[in-house]
Ligand binder design. Sequence first.
Ligand code: COA
Length: 133
Amino acid sequence: MPEQPRGELVIQTIAMPKDTNPNGDIFGGWLTSQMDLGSAILAAKTAQARVVTVAMEGMSFLQPVRVGDTVRCYARVDRIGRTSMTIPVEVWVTRFMTGEDHRVTHGVFTLVAVDETGKPIPVKRNQPRMDTN
Ligand SMILES: CC(C)(COP(=O)(O)OP(=O)(O)OC[C@H]1O[C@@H](n2cnc3c(N)ncnc32)[C@H](O)[C@@H]1OP(=O)(O)O)[C@@H](O)C(=O)NCCC(=O)NCCS
């Protein structure tokens, strides 16, 4: 059985020429920023609060992303601490023209719920987990 994305679809977009590196493939920083945004969407929904990224770990770039690929970020809440949430994020692409699906990147993001002054606040424990598989 082919590998399937793990988590909730949080971002879907198309890789554009402006996001390429000198090799003509998509710049890793752009991909990382999509993952950061995707993890923040899920963290903010989980905590029902503002969130900031405190750490990103274990980034692996498995395959290049090409212009025209559809890029999808999947995120899931792996752990809720007192104020922090650990959110693994996977990026999958659907190749332009062939329609093949590939997992291209994964990493683990830690986000902290904060108040309006940027001070950490507890994540409400009665929130349901948002991960889907
Ligand atoms: C995130 C921030 C508010 C945390 O403030 P702090 O004074 O370090 O707060 P704490 O020490 O209480 O840590 C808060 C939580 O983050 C966790 N944490 C802190 N540093 C961490 C790290 N490097 N990796 C993983 N978790 C970390 C702590 O374990 C704690 O989790 P818990 O409450 O679930 O136990 C502060 O570091 C900050 O504002 N950082 C900048 C965030 C930012 O601007 N991000 C965008 C990057 S451009």
